[in-house]
Write a protein that binds this ligand. Sequence first.
Ligand code: SF4
Ligand code: SF4
Length: 462
Amino acid sequence: MLDQSINRRNFLQFLGIGTATIGSGFAVPKIIAKTANGVLVESKSEYGGFQVEKLANGKYPYECDPDVLKRMSEKNNIFSRNSWDPARRNRPELTENLTYENLVKGEGKLPNQNRLDYALMAASWCASSIGSGWDIQSSRVRSMSFDRIGSWEPAGLDMTWEEASLAVKHAGLFFGASLAGIAKLNPLWLYSDNYAPSRMDRERAIPVLAEGDRFEQANDAWYIPESMNRVVAIAFEEDYIGIANSPGRLASAAVGNGYSRMAFTAFALAEFIRALGYRAIPAGNGVGLSIPIAVDAGLGQLGRQGLLVTPKYGPRVRLAKVITDMPLVADSPINFGVTEFCEVCKLCAEHCPSGAVSDGQRTWKGKSSANNPGVLKWYIYGEKCYDFNGFSCSNCKRVCPFNKPNNSWLHKMIRQIIKGRVGALNKLMVNLDQASGYGEEVQDTEFWMMDGYKSITARESM
Ligand code: SF4
Ligand code: SF4
């Protein structure tokens, strides 16, 4: 590592810019105390006011059974199974009919939605629809392409790897991510194969881990070499008011907007890394499991509803990732008391209209072949969730106390959890929060006519 930038670095540190912090701001997380597993820090800009334990020495905020946990086949996720699994062929009609005819023309018109909602929902997916997947056979470069564009050499980086890692995360934020973190890639989080419903897609690309430096397409497979052992996890805040409209169409628009931003940002970040001379594979939901990758990269913890819960935005995020061989410095996984809080809270289970969220204890295996066993967690019944309205619902994000901005009572409670002072959470706190009206469905008209509405890009935190 070359280091002729010491004066510049000191200057940046003077400004509060030159340390390895991420998120929307640049403030340095304040160190509160050392803990048994790492160090306790606090940062309003990065962690939304929560105290967060940064885990050290290879510790993670989850438990795995190494004898059971295997790479998951993409063929087994709920979207894939809908196209090949006979058990899913005769599935019930979606509880909600999301077609234009139903939503707009009026026959089965549902409350809390109008033509504006439908237009926002349809438009929100546009970039994602044209940008996801890869198109190797036709040689078209699409946003999630594995192809390397350009032939830059990895030379001329006048900085330490810590600084380069910070720069890569800042590039991710520049291109539109709300959070960025880096992890060493755990190969268990990569899919064991790729599945796409059409025969042509199936022949295209199967990510296969390979020894050495091989990175090529052969025998209808893309070989991902073990040298591509870093991953940049990026998260995209979904609109707070949009999600608050769930299960209305504005929530679906918030989700689609996240997918479209994922497509652009992952593509652009991969190109940035390639332009530095390294290989990069951008991916949305494909290639591997985004949630455990994001947990490893220190963006959050797994919640009862099976989603990543981040300190700053709660579960109101979408995820993407870029796999690379650039030797980036990994961030620490974090613990901020989500598991202990979820044990008592259960609001997502109570408000799930399909019964997909467990209200019981964590288990080592799920009830469905869409679940990958071997991790102690709350498994989601994916079939029930999908059959409600095809994943347009976001009730389990809407009601989550971690979703609430400026959540001072939760900040205080989590502090007590982390300090080990609260053995059993007081469910009364959760009930009081509900009684205050938080988590109720917001009518779409409130969104369209709101005085002073600010988009997620204009609003640091509400
Ligand atoms: S999205 Fe809706 S149906 Fe699916 S798990 Fe969440 S609350 Fe339940
Ligand atoms: S709603 Fe409650 S139980 Fe569900 S993920 Fe959020 S905190 Fe955990």
